[in-house]
Design a protein around this ligand. Structure first.
Ligand code: 9MR
Length: 363
């Protein structure tokens, strides 16, 4: 369990604290390097680039593009439907290409995100009624064009994003409501065909939240994987978003159990969007940050404990000022591993400890 770092830091004298802190400051845990040294493909982060303040924030970019910290980046928005196909069959790959260029220049992999979702669709999709064959053709064309254009530059694609409701049924979406449950399987079939046309090794993922610990929705996700497999349609992995609340995250055991369930089906898992938000201020108390550190530790530790089937951990951006949380949950925040002024939080060191099993000062 994550304990040694915080307990020992709290127990130290002022002088000792200063020494320990300076060791951390002088030699912070290089999270991606530690992840890769310990059997993972990456420790990664989402980034919302180009088109936002992140694009020109030199302090931000210096950390993002340091391959010792991050080995993967996921576009928070730029590859979504509304940006990539703003008008029917008119594609805009500028943002996605910029993102991939930045990643490749710095040696980071990219999880491409996402092809079929109910959010951030273009108006031309949502503002009219479609027949099932018409919308199926729209979906196919979108998938073929995106997979074809970005090709093997994508380590993987999140093919369908957030298809399930809390009770394990398909949630209402323009795709489901128009095409029915077959939309899900067709999306993967089209993605598989498109990948085959590229000739590249591109992994196909299902990505969702609320499937990080055993329960009805997680069982439903297992069943989607099994159904794809029984139809011999390509499915390589499941993304466990892991958007959690401070003090309210599933136990390590629960997160291990859920991950083992996917891995037992023969697919990989990735922690794809990890963050742990405070549901109310204050966001920066020692006690709150200690709990948050434990929560981050538990998710990363669960990925370590299940072995190579959990191939990496990605946080959903790394500095509080660029987190999605405050705009989606007014009054909530403090969810990432750096505060607004780029100071590393205890959670940062806790991740280093989870990746290595050793306190940050020696990792
Ligand atoms: O981080 C994204 C944010 O900038 C967008 O406004 C938001 C729109 O819904 O989507 C955010 O990313 C989401 C991701 O694509 C899917 N899982 C949940 C993420 C957080 O909302």
């Amino acid at each position: 369990m994550y304990s040694s770092l915080l307990t020992s830091l709290l127990a130290l004298t002022t002088v000792e604290t200063a020494v320990a802190a300076s060791q951390c400051t002088a030699r912070p845990p290089f999270l991606n390097k530690l992840a890769q040294d310990n059997g993972k493909l990456w420790f990664g982060t989402a980034a919302d680039i180009p088109g936002t303040a992140e694009q020109t924030d030199t302090q931000y970019l210096k950390i993002l593009t340091n391959n010792k910290y991050f080995g993967e980046m996921t576009p928070a928005n730029m590859m979504k439907f509304m940006y990539t196909e703003p008008e029917q069959n008119v594609f805009n790959f500028t943002g996605g290409d910029y993102f991939l260029d930045l990643a490749e220049k710095n040696g980071l992999r990219v999880r491409c995100h996402n092809l079929v979702w109910n959010s951030q669709l273009s108006d031309w999709v949502t503002s009219r009624n479609w027949t099932a064959p018409e919308l199926t053709a729209v979906m196919k064309n979108h998938i073929y064009n995106l997979v074809g254009h970005f090709g093997g530059r994508c380590y993987s694609w999140d093919v369908v994003n957030e298809a399930l409701a809390g009770d394990g049924s398909f949630s209402s979406s323009i795709w489901y409501d128009t095409i029915g449950s077959e939309y899900f399987f067709l999306a993967y079939q089209f993605a598989q065909e498109a990948v085959e046309q590229t000739g590249a090794d591109i992994k196909l993922y299902y990505n969702d939240y609320g499937i990080e610990s055993p329960g009805v929705k997680t069982t439903a996700a297992y069943n989607l994987v099994k159904e794809l497999q029984s139809r011999k349609i390509k499915i390589d992995g499941v993304g466990l978003e892991s958007h959690f609340e401070v003090g309210g995250t599933p136990s390590v055991a629960a997160q291990v159990a859920a991950k083992q369930g996917y891995i037992a089906l023969g697919v990989d898992v990735v922690v794809t969007e990890l963050d742990v938000r405070f549901v109310q201020a204050p966001f920066y108390t020692a006690a709150g940050e200690a709990t948050q550190a434990q929560n981050y530790y538990d998710s990363v530790a669960s990925c370590m404990k299940v072995g190579p089937g959990c191939i990496g951990v990605t946080v959903w951006d790394f500095v509080d000022k660029y987190s999605w949380v405050p705009s989606s949950f007014p009054g909530q925040g403090g969810a990432t591993i750096y505060n607004d002024t780029f100071q590393r939080k205890p959670a940062f060191y806790a991740i280093g400890e989870a990746l290595t099993g050793a306190p940050c000062t020696v990792c």
